[in-house]
Design a protein around this ligand. Structure first.
Ligand code: FDA
Length: 402
């Protein structure tokens, strides 16, 4: 005999635990199912083990989605202050690190324990590890066949996240269920991911692994309503296979294959103007001039890539060549060969098309009783605590509505 619940939440990650706790504390009979051996691994490894659990500056503009308006409702009804109040209630120490990003003082494990305690307060039943083999809808509700017994539930919430980091349990389950119930998907792709480069134009930069500097980076693709434009000022890191660091992770979510990213390696300086004006005063060799402002190995690489000898004298350089070099530094345009993929991506862009869901409740409008929350949905935040805030807010939206 299948056990009967008001709500079955599949996926005990950030969004799933939040949703289960809220629904259960409202008196619903909730079962929370996850196939993993270890609870909420993604929270555990997040923020370098300290979980960047929200961003106090959260606004809809910090999210990517085919429908940028979709996230507004849930985000406005459950804000960073609401989550901070929960963190305070559980006496978890936290601090702001950078641009509104809040981290645990001690460990991400505290957030997991907090969510577990909130689930326990509502009497959530756990099925973990449990594999859901099928989800079918009948007039009496949804039947979930699992490897630990059948479950009947009036409502099913899909909180199985995206495809990033398959080695800790990411699956395409959410997309499969959406497809099974006739819901459209926005094609998933890796986001917040290092970019890779190859070919002759990258040869000069490949040996620069380990160099980091603050840059401004931008990209744009598409036209009109579908145009994606991103611009960030953050740190960039040269790696053995390409570029990483917060600037690159952020821009990767806006990048589409085949298009360039434009990096301003000295965002506070018009390099060409400074060099041309400095011809009289900087009686130095080009290598020395550039390494006043840039890490020496990078300065040397840039000169090499532009065919300028390290010992060429600034005073002897033609203005046109200096303008070209200035452009190469202030507007370094490079086309990534690809990305490090889901193996290294912090999030998955795309997912269940928001046009299929109610923005108030997260329920599929065509399939009453079926909800999608968290990263499974086509709402993806910037780096910096925004993705967890979406997980909490969408989890609360569904947990309150069911
Ligand atoms: P989440 O992935 O958390 O949970 C999904 C759950 O579903 C998992 O427990 C999984 O086991 C389960 N599941 C999957 N398939 C299943 C199936 N078929 N059957 C049953 N269960 C299934 N964000 C942020 O805001 N601040 C940060 O500091 C970080 N840091 C960070 C670091 C790293 C390395 C990564 C990879 C990601 C981050 N993120 C982040 C992103 C953040 O972790 C992510 O957006 C949220 O965890 C998404 O929450 P969800 O609950 O939607 O999915």
């Amino acid at each position: 005999m299948a056990k009967q619940f008001d709500v079955a939440v599949i996926g005990a990650g950030a969004a799933g635990m939040m949703c289960a706790a809220v629904a259960a504390q409202r008196g619903k009979r909730v079962v929370l199912i996850d196939h993993a051996e270890k609870l909420a691994e993604k929270i555990r490894i997040s923020g370098g083990g300290r979980c960047n659990f929200t961003n106090v500056n959260t606004a809809p503009a910090n999210f990517l989605s085919a429908n940028p308006h979709f996230a507004k409702s849930a985000l406005s009804r459950y804000t960073p202050s609401d989550f901070i109040a929960l963190v305070k209630k559980h006496r978890i120490g936290y601090h702001e690190k950078h641009r509104g990003q809040l981290f645990c003082d001690e460990s991400a494990e505290q957030i997991i324990q907090m969510l577990k305690a909130e689930c326990a307060a509502g009497g959530v039943e756990w099925r973990m590890p449990t594999k859901v083999e099928s989800v079918e809808q009948f007039p009496e509700g949804f039947l979930l066949s699992t490897d630990t017994g059948d479950i009947m539930a009036d409502n099913v919430v899909i909180a199985t996240g995206g495809l990033s980091i398959p080695k800790i349990g990411a699956t395409d389950f959410g997309y499969q269920i959406a497809t099974q119930f006739g819901l459209a998907l926005i094609e998933p792709r890796p986001g917040l991911v290092p970019l890779t480069f190859d070919g002759p134009s990258w040869e000069t930069f490949a040996p620069l692994a380990g160099i980091a500097l603050e840059v401004e980076v931008e990209t744009s693709s598409g036209k009109g309503k579908t145009a994606l434009k991103g611009k960030f000022r953050e740190d960039l890191l040269f790696t053995h296979r390409g570029l990483s660091g917060p600037a690159i992770l952020q821009i990767s979510s806006y990048w589409t294959p085949g298009t360039p990213i434009i990096v301003n390696l000295l965002p506070d300086m018009d390099v060409a103007e400074t060099l041309i004006e400095g011809k009289g005063t900087f009686k130095k060799q080009m290598g020395n001039v550039l390494s006043q402002w840039l890490p020496t190995r990078l300065a040397e690489g840039l000169l090499d890539a532009n065919g300028i000898a390290l010992d060429a004298r600034l005073a002897d350089m033609q203005d046109a060549r200096l303008r070209k070099l200035g452009d190469a530094i202030n507007r370094w345009a490079i086309v990534p060969a690809g990305s490090e993929g889901y193996r290294k991506a912090e999030v998955t862009l795309g997912g269940v098309d928001t046009r299929e869901l109610s923005q108030q409740t997260m329920m599929a409008t065509k399939v009453p009783g079926l909800y999608f929350i968290g990263e499974a949905v086509d709402v993806t935040g910037w780096l910096g605590g925004y993705n967890f805030q979406w997980a909490w807010a969408s989890g609360v939206a569904a947990g309150t509505a069911i």
